[in-house]
Design a protein around this ligand. Structure first.
Ligand SMILES: Nc1ncnc2c1ncn2[C@@H]1O[C@H](COP(=O)(O)OP(=O)(O)O)[C@@H](O)[C@H]1O
Ligand SMILES: [Mg+2]
Length: 231
């Protein structure tokens, strides 16, 4: 997928990205401060927002095979199960009940299958939202901060799930996270946003260790300092 001369004005904030390439089959990370335009860019890619100018070239990817798990998951007013199979329903795909039960077991949601989804804890809603995003075997998946609020145990399960999917089908991912260890563990390529602009794109080692951009350098140093404090 390629973005060319993409512009979007939202109030006083603007996105302006002359060029961004998201190579197929890679795990990409979007990083940058709060309010730097990561979510807005992701919504433009996922066709949730329309650009004012410019183009997104999907290079053969079908719009229906792109999906995004939101920062704040939206739960339908129904059960865990109905939420989970919703993407299948709208695509007229028959759910494989056995596989779904096994999935719910694995992610500790089986006991809650019939429970009202909005009564789940926020961590459980995040898990459900991720499973719902992946259930129809999409080709391009955007995960907007959804991994950030999981318990260490659930995060590990999802990291393993991502690796499993990559081994089998090698799809394209965009992971948006303010937590550098998640990006560091999973991503091949990192795209750094600042004030609606893409200020650096490259291999994660290049961006994290060798960036010459003062904004990127400051961010990385501050994150490293945060890790020291946490550790
Ligand atoms: N509909 C909107 N109207 C006005 N401003 C908006 C709208 N949506 C987002 N913004 C602003 O755009 C900026 C970028 O937001 P966002 O893309 O969510 O950043 P990030 O995901 O990097 O934290 C923020 O300052 C936000 O307040
Ligand atoms: Mg965001």
């Amino acid at each position: 997928m390629r973005i060319i001369n993409l512009k979007k004005q939202l109030g006083r904030f603007s996105i302006d990205i002359p060029y961004l390439a998201l190579a197929k089959g890679c795990i990409h990370g979007f990083i940058g401060e709060n309010g730097s335009g990561k979510t807005t860019t992701a919504k433009l890619i996922a066709n949730i927002l329309q650009p004012d100018e410019g183009q997104i070239l999907y290079d053969g990817l079908e719009p229906r095979s792109i999906t995004m798990s939101s920062q704040k998951p939206y739960m339908l007013h129904t059960s865990v199960y109905e939420n989970l199979i919703y993407p299948l329903k709208i695509r007229n795909i028959k759910p494989d009940e056995k596989a779904i039960d096994a999935m719910l077991q694995k992610y500790d949601l089986y006991e809650k299958k019939k429970q009202y989804a909005r009564s789940l804890s926020s961590g459980e809603q995040q898990k459900l939202s991720l499973l719902r995003t992946l259930i129809f075997q999409p080709e391009f998946v955007i995960v907007d901060e959804t991994l950030s609020n999981l318990s260490a145990e659930s995060l590990e399960l999802f990291e393993n799930l991502i690796w499993e999917i990559q081994k089998k089908r090698c799809i394209t991912w965009v992971l948006i996270s303010h937590q550098p260890h998640i990006i560091n563990e999973l991503c091949d390529t990192v795209h750094f946003f600042s004030n609606g602009r893409l200020i650096e794109s490259g291999r994660k080692e290049q961006v994290f260790l060798h960036s010459q951009n003062p904004i990127v350098k400051t961010y990385v140093q501050r994150q490293a300092f945060g890790l020291l404090k946490e550790g």
